[in-house]
Design a protein around this ligand. Structure first.
Ligand code: SF4
Ligand code: SF4
Length: 336
């Protein structure tokens, strides 16, 4: 979603001091009124973690996600996605589910409701329309996990969270069960300060990861996609090797373990926002899942109906059946 109208030409207008502050406050107010949980503003400079990201790619930790390499150069530079970008509006939307899953099919929390791309994109589109009313003629572009941009880096710079050892962005008050949405804009807004925080001596996610995928390299923690269950069950194409089939355990789509164990995601009287369920109705469970046996043997038409409008579609027809077959095998092996 990108507006190309040039009626007003904000790029050529200097918005200074109090005006920019008021505009920034209005942008934030509008974002929160649309239901986003948090909002912050980052400068459009090159992403700090870009060199690290390139290093991660160079070491092959992206596994089979070759599309990450294709657009790698674009990721650190928002100006190439929207020429003239002056500010990066970062928003979050919590997705934690109110109830555990009823089915034996095990799906990561973020994918149990309506496809988040659509939910976030719709809201960002509304935000852009409201900004158009405030300042007609500026240009903007919404990015939700689809454009090549290091969303977490910009969200961190916008003050919305810091990086945990599990590489998730963690908001000290709210934990890490949230999506990140980005709206690039040619509007000059007042930037926030980067978020500060850290895991301290905690090691819970590293110890709990079923496959040992959270590793440290040159002082920075990262997830090696080659052994991460999320990657294997969602992005991996083709059949599993015997080792991979065993690694996915009972996860049919994604994996929540490294977030489940994080102390920042545990409810506490002094931190009521941690682990609180999503307020967004569209992100709550929207379908009833059949049992594993049915998923493992479903027809294309059944898969098509079951996954319509869901992020689970990403695994593909063959991928989802493959995952369910591996779950059944692992259950059988475990019970022997
Ligand atoms: S998603 Fe699961 S497999 Fe991947 S790093 Fe986290 S705990 Fe490990
Ligand atoms: S579980 Fe502990 S080490 Fe892992 S991200 Fe959370 S606080 Fe950091």
């Amino acid at each position: 979603m990108e507006s190309h109208s040039h009626a007003f030409g904000v790029n050529n207008v200097t918005i200074k001091g109090a005006v920019s502050q008021t505009l920034t406050e209005s942008v934030k107010k509008e974002a929160l009124s649309l239901g986003f949980d948090t909002v912050g503003i980052a400068t459009a400079d090159r992403a700090d973690g870009f060199l690290f990201y390139q290093d991660w790619l160079a070491r092959g930790m992206h596994a089979g996600m070759d599309y990450l390499i294709r657009y790698a150069d674009l990721r650190g530079d928002v100006g190439r996605l929207l020429p003239g970008t002056q500010s990066v509006i970062a928003v979050t939307l919590a997705y934690r589910q109110p109830e555990p899953m009823a089915s034996e099919v095990k799906i990561a929390q973020y994918a149990r409701g309506r496809d988040y791309h659509r939910v976030l994109r719709n809201k960002l589109k509304k935000l852009a329309i409201r900004l158009d009313v405030l300042v007609p003629g500026h240009r903007h572009r919404a990015c939700v996990d689809s454009a090549p941009i290091l969303e977490r880096e910009y969200a961190h710079r916008a003050g919305l969270g810091w990086f945990g050892k599990n590489t998730m962005l963690i908001d000290s008050r709210r934990g890490s069960w949230f999506f990140i949405g980005i709206l690039l804009t040619t509007l000059p807004l007042d930037a926030d300060r980067p978020a500060h925080g850290g895991c301290g001596t905690c090691h819970a996610c590293v110890d709990a990861c079923p496959t040992g995928a959270i590793v440290q390299f040159e002082g920075r923690w990262q997830v090696d996609a080659r052994t991460c269950i999320s990657y294997l069950t969602i992005e991996h194409r083709g059949q599993f090797t015997t080792d991979q089939a065993a690694q996915v355990g009972d996860w049919t789509f994604g994996c929540d373990v490294c977030q489940d164990v994080c102390p920042f995601n545990q409810a506490r009287a002094s931190q009521p926002l941690r682990a609180s369920p999503t307020r967004e109705a569209d992100l709550r469970p929207s379908r009833t899942w059949p049992d594993l046996e049915t998923v493992a043997n479903m027809s294309y038409e059944e898969w098509d109906r079951l996954t319509e409008g869901s992020a689970v579609r990403r695994a593909g027809f063959e991928g989802l059946r493959r995952n369910a077959r591996a779950n059944l095998r692992n259950r059988h092996e475990g019970s022997r």
